[in-house]
Design a protein around this ligand. Sequence first.
Ligand code: CP
Length: 296
Amino acid sequence: MDLLSIDSLTDQQIAAILDRAGEYFSSDRVGRSNDQLHGRIVFNVFYENSTRTAMSFATAAHRLGASAIALSVERSSVAKGESLEDTARTLNAMRPDALVIRHRENGAPATVAAIVDAPVLNAGDGTNEHPTQALLDAATIRHRLSRTDGLTVAICGDIRHSRVARSNAKLLPRLGAEVRLAGPPELMPGNIVPLTVDEAIAGADVVMMLRVQRERLEAELGDAPGEYLARYGLTSERLATAAPGAVVMHPGPMNRGVEIEDRVADDPDRSLITLQVEMGVPVRMACLEMVISAAA
Ligand code: CP
């Protein structure tokens, strides 16, 4: 089985991943090591930059006894013009047990999965999906608030370019949560009835802020310094309108002072941002274990 999108997972598989990740997380806050995947080889192929996803997939593989091998794309034969398909055929010939890929093009992991015999895991493709981020977000919410069912989650910011928003908008409703999407009109997809950020945050149990992806913008936003934070960002004043005890999330990397104020991002009682990173390892352990076991 491949893990390409939230839709590629059944409800039972989602529950199994979240339960297994919870077991790994509670047994040791950074994820207990075991030999479940001893001798297996996981290829990490990142055509786009990453800190959290790349390192946590590698850590997850090592904690399961597998070896993680990263292709340095900028120093590889991709730089000589080798196509995605030929790169996939080349890597497949080395018989990895799983291949993790991040790519700037929507659908690139599916293209690779059609060529590679081993399971392929999508570590983020263009503006399409980032399924393991959504799974770790759900696991983080469940850990902190003991449930997802019945919660309201406000996802605010650059929705148009956000694969995190797209995967969460598919996953969280399947887990019983209501998702509200809000952001600047020019950063909202055309098919969504826009809410203002203030409307989305009011009464929400979880406020998830998104990075403004200036590298994917066709034109500059033209915002003056401080303007984005004042109009659309998460400030203490806006957070005060959320539900009592509401928590703050951000997939990272953050544009501090743009979509989120420092004191909100660093609030030890409300911010789950570091917990999200921590949860990435057990969630990706559960994902690797599931797809590799299914292929055995
Ligand atoms: N959340 C996330 O995908 O972060 P990285 O780009 O650092 O992997």
